[in-house]
Ligand binder design. Structure first.
Ligand code: SF4
Length: 247
């Protein structure tokens, strides 16, 4: 069994696995620690009969019954209402040079407050950050960092921007969006590093509040995406076109 597949299974079994993460604040929850999950209603979903829902945030369009979670592991149907479990629940927070994101032509020479929660909507075999992207939020340590506090920390640390990165920011869309709005008010820019698996409507809303987007094109064929990413090439290309047009 692949290690990442094992991790997904381990979530259901309550197993916690050791890690060494490239961030200041990542680590592991210990056995017996109550999960610190949010229960903030998700955006971009449809309520269906029999307490089912369909998520419209990304091309997977997860259709879920009561008490089920989406593929990304950070959104859950509770009684027919869909919730994000990671709103204001950061697992990684670092001050990085913006070039490390990498953005080479955006605010060069400045620092970016880099922020992530657990979760991802694809499953790349070559993921560098799989310890935080391929787990459920209760499998790793995270801490409360509401949008206003994140914006204030970026401003206070002298960062010119907040970068939503390390994992897949699409899956923590609500947290990213609300943080971006607050950061903007403080004159802090917002940068998104994404795999591009996001639906056009949330993408359009996001583009209205952020300043730069880097889309990781991970391969050039659908075969590559199916084999190594477990995703689709077409929506990624559509995201790249939409981002380019939004300039
Ligand atoms: S964001 Fe998560 S829950 Fe929603 S469709 Fe994508 S993988 Fe499924």
């Amino acid at each position: 069994m692949e290690r990442r597949s094992f991790l997904r299974g381990a979530a259901g079994a309550g197993i916690v696995i050791g890690t060494g993460l490239p961030s200041l604040c990542s680590g592991l929850a210990a056995f017996g620690v109550k999960p610190n999950l949010s229960r903030v209603e998700a955006r971009y979903y449809d309520k269906l009969p029999d307490r089912e829902i369909e998520c419209r945030l990304c091309p997977r369009k997860c259709r879920l019954g009561d008490k089920e979670r989406g593929y990304c592991g950070v959104r859950e149907n509770i009684g027919g209402t869909y919730y994000t479990l990671v709103y204001g629940k950061a697992c990684s927070l670092n001050v990085d040079p913006v070039e490390k994101k990498p953005f080479f032509h955006v605010l060069p020479g400045t620092s970016a407050l880099s922020l992530a929660t657990a979760g991802c909507n694809v499953n790349c075999k070559f993921c560098q950050n799989w310890e935080i992207s391929q787990v459920r939020p209760e499998q790793i340590d995270h801490f409360d960092l509401p949008p206003e506090k994140a914006a204030a920390q970026a401003h206070g640390a002298g960062c010119s921007s907040i970068a939503y990165t390390y994992t897949e920011p699409t899956v923590f869309f609500e947290y990213m969006y609300d943080t971006a709005v607050r950061a903007k008010r403080r004159g802090v820019r917002n940068l998104v590093v994404t795999g591009g698996h996001i639906d056009p409507i949330p993408l359009g809303d996001l583009l209205a509040v952020v300043d730069a987007v880097k889309v990781d094109l991970k391969g050039f064929t659908q075969e590559f995406y199916a084999e190594y990413v477990r995703g689709e090439l077409k929506p990624v290309l559509e995201t790249i076109r939409a981002v380019a047009k939004s300039k």
